[in-house]
Write a protein that binds this ligand. Structure first.
Ligand code: DGJ
Length: 766
């Protein structure tokens, strides 16, 4: 059993770690720590209960002055008067009438142990996305009931411990067992008090088209962390953080990940107290949150997935990748190789008709593309982004044979057919808005705030959700649609307190219904690129459009950051045209292919404007990707060198390491094959040698190499009118080397222009 309770001590043990809590005097739930695996806990290593100045006594008896909630590590700190640090939730309630008969508003609660239950398996969270077990033997669950004797509030802390992953999933359930209403003003999913010097906080921060760049900072006295107040998780901050020991790097040291399975506003905060304890919390937080609990009513927080790794960031990522790929994502596509896509957005934008699309499809089919995705602009009178969201009838001027005709044409070309939708939005210039002007999120009496000329439908209203279920059931039934790209292109403004959470409950219901009704469809989420790249959306849609920035060099950083928490199969990545539409940068086709192949791969450019040589290279790229696809999508990722490596070295700053190179390796689960990619993010003349130490191989196996050649690079070299430095193939095809040689010595490579800025290698054990 992974969970034990003995003499007031709870031990939660996963394969390599143990999470320890104990009851103090049978009343207070104290956190003891989260360690490398320990079979028994005697208490000898517990934090001492030393008296501290200015620490208020907790139980008011004056007999026990060593115990103050302000000093100990706590499992789920209540907003009580005797812990001055951050509480895990906030409440407001009416206190019972005092001696003078007056009722007063109270903002406090105390949590005392009542009882607990341990059972096999894991229960779903009501109306919320969460990880799941397929068999009860995979995990054990502990529920601890804590209660406030004055208000009748009960908080149940729910912990699931996995037997094959170093993971603890947590959430809290608030229940009003009193007889007056209680208002919840904030609720974290998890709170962990870490002790240990020199710990650091890693978050994934950025902006639209610049998402999820790792930022690492020291945890210092006071508060540090990230918050989303945008009505969505957002491009700016991701609902994920990692706590790093002072010596943690990519491959070593202790790392604790905390990832929230949620798509709305959140806080991820680390606060260091006067004695060096780092209180780390993640959850909905208390910005603009308000939830009234009438007697007998309950509120469930989203789930937090906590990972402990003693093998640095790499170990943490491996755990998240495997867990999220197999026990968060669901449905038919969870374990299926994702198709190579052509998307028409950057190829045509709004300027297309059936004929143009079919010309693109013809060329795509010849190169080996497996799915054609029709992006924005196919419905209503949508000729630009100023109109028609909400009017989901096909525009027959553009598509005279409708979606059905187009889908059939794609199938005739042996390609799947995908369709872009943006169900949560409405344009003021639309029939839907004219019929239901009150259906958008707004604040009565204030101007309706537009962003990208559109408004957000209020999914906290059941009528709106029902309408969307009906409308999109119709769209999905109207043609043989195999793939949906579900977009969301603005941050909602003017949510009233608590409305954002109601909105996400509405969205999750909508997604649950549609994904269950259309189980064969591959759903991809998108929010102006990666504005809702979160574990909540992955529960319904197993992949996400990573970023609106398709520039290969920018994508090296974005994808490396994203890969800290999210698996390759979930990261949608496309090759686009040059000059790149977001940065203006010109990058060889070879490099664009190499970078996009780190995830669910595709193209997003007008293939008909490419030369024969370029089209030939695309054919080679797709054939190569199909060979390495199972390793990329289902194997283990090793970030051999990432743009943020320097930030991991103590004293390093967070500026991306742009003057250099990046390399990553996907290794098959049986270690018999691997795909290696090296990209020079900066071209240098006469550059130094680099050494690329492979990882995760079988030491004694002998591996044989092959590499992907680039027709455009070769053609360019032939056409050069000046004398280019000559180069040899970095690793000639057929080269053989042992796993230990490749891992311990590593490949020694000279970069020259003859390599075109990237190298893609494949190795297979003999
Ligand atoms: C934003 C997406 O990220 C793009 O890929 C594209 O689908 C546009 N929206 C369409 O409006």
């Amino acid at each position: 059993m992974a969970i034990t309770f003995d003499k007031g001590v709870f031990l939660l043990s996963s394969p390599k770690s143990t999470y320890v809590m104990r009851l103090h005097e049978g009343r207070y739930l104290v956190h003891c720590g989260w360690f490398s695996r320990i079979e028994t806990w005697t208490g000898a290593c517990d934090m001492p209960l030393a008296p501290r100045s200015f620490a208020p006594e907790t139980d008011g008896t004056d007999k026990n002055d060593a115990f103050s909630l302000d000093v100990v590590k706590l499992e789920y700190p209540a907003p009580c008067g005797t812990d001055f640090r951050a509480s895990a939730f906030k409440v407001s309630s009416l206190s019972p009438a005092g001696e003078d008969g007056e009722e007063t508003i109270s903002g406090g609660a105390e949590l005392l142990y009542k009882e607990h239950r341990i059972y096999k398996g894991k229960h779903p969270l009501p109306s919320l996305p969460a990880t799941y077990t397929e068999d009860d033997s995979e995990a054990d669950t502990l529920e601890i009931d804590l209660g406030d004797p004055v208000t009748g509030l009960t908080v149940t802390l729910v912990y699931t411990v996995w037997n094959t992953f170093d993971v603890i999933c947590r959430h809290a359930v608030f229940c009003n067992k009193g007889d007056r209403s209680i208002t919840l003003l904030g609720a974290m999913s998890a709170s962990v008090d870490f002790d240990g010097e020199g710990m650091r906080l890693l978050t994934l921060s950025g902006a639209h088209a610049r998402e999820r760049h790792p930022v690492i900072r020291a945890i210092e006295p006071g508060t540090q962390g990230v918050i989303s107040r945008r009505g969505m998780t957002g491009h700016q901050q991701n609902p994920f953080m990692a706590i790093l020991s002072s010596d943690a790097t990519e491959r070593q040291g202790t790392v604790y990940g905390m990832s929230l399975v949620y798509s709305g506003e959140f806080e991820a905060i680390a606060k260091q107290d006067q004695f060096g304890t780092n209180r780390v919390q993640i959850g909905i937080g208390n910005h603009n949150f308000r939830w009234t609990l009438e007697p007998s009513c309950a509120f469930t927080t989203p789930e937090c997935v906590m990972v402990r790794s003693c093998e640095g960031l790499c170990g943490m990522s491996h755990t998240y990748h495997e867990l999220y790929r197999t026990r968060l994502c669901r449905g038919k596509w969870r374990d299926k190789e994702r198709p190579v896509v052509i998307n028409n957005w950057e190829a045509t934008y709004f300027d297309f008709d059936e004929e143009k699309l079919l010309r693109l499809a013809d060329t795509a089919a010849k190169t080996g593309v497996e799915c054609f995705v029709l992006d924005d602009g196919w419905f209503g009178h949508r000729r630009d982004d100023r109109r028609a969201l909400g009017d989901w009838d096909v525009n027959t001027a553009k598509l005279p044979h409708g979606l059905k005709g187009l889908a059939d044409e794609m199938h005739r070309r042996s390609m799947m057919f995908g369709l872009w939708v943006e169900p949560e939005m409405v344009s003021p210039d639309s029939n839907l808005y004219r019929a239901h002007p009150a259906w958008c999120i707004h604040s009565e009496g204030r101007p309706k705030s537009l962003s990208r000329h559109q408004l957000v439908l209020d999914l906290s209203l059941a009528d709106v959700v029902d309408y969307l279920i009906g409308t999109f059931t119709g769209v999905l039934s109207s043609a043989a649609i195999d793939y949906i790209k579900w977009d969301f292109n603005r941050s909602p403004a003017w949510f009233y307190p608590g409305q954002a959470h109601k909105y996400y409950l509405g969205l999750y219901h909508l997604l649950e219904v549609l994904t269950s009704r259309f189980p064969d469809v591959l759903f991809e989420s998108c929010a102006g690129g990666g504005g809702r790249f979160d574990a909540g959306m992955l529960y319904y849609m197993p992949q996400t459009w990573t970023s609106d920035n398709t520039d290969a060099i920018s994508r090296v950083s974005i994808q490396a950051g994203t890969s800290l928490a999210y698996p390759a199969s979930c990261m949608s990545c496309h090759v686009s045209a040059v000059p790149n539409h977001q940065t203006g940068r010109i990058t060889p086709l070879q490099v664009r292919g190499a970078v996009a192949m780190a995830g669910a791969f595709g193209y997003e450019l007008d293939l008909n404007r490419l030369s024969e040589t370029e089209q030939g290279e695309i054919k080679d790229q797709i054939a190569w990707y199909k060979k390495v696809r199972p390793i990329v999508q289902f194997g283990s990722l090793y970030r051999i060198k990432s743009p943020y490596m320097s930030a991991l070295i103590a004293g390093g700053n967070n500026a991306p390491d742009t003057l250099g190179w990046s390399a990553w390796e996907h290794v098959a689960k049986d270690k018999k094959a691997a795909a290696i990619t090296i990209v020079w993010t900066y071209a240098e003349a006469n550059a130094p040698f680099i050494r690329v130490k492979l990882q995760g191989l079988n030491a004694k196996d002998i591996y044989r190499f092959s590499s992907l050649k680039s027709r455009t690079t070769e053609a360019l070299l032939k056409a050069l009118t000046f004398e280019a430095p000559t180069g040899t193939a970095p690793v000639p095809d057929g080269t053989e080397a042992s796993g230990e040689e490749l891992m311990n010595a590593g490949l020694c490579i000279a970069c020259s222009p003859t390599q075109g800025g990237s190298i893609q290698l494949y190795i297979r054990a003999l």
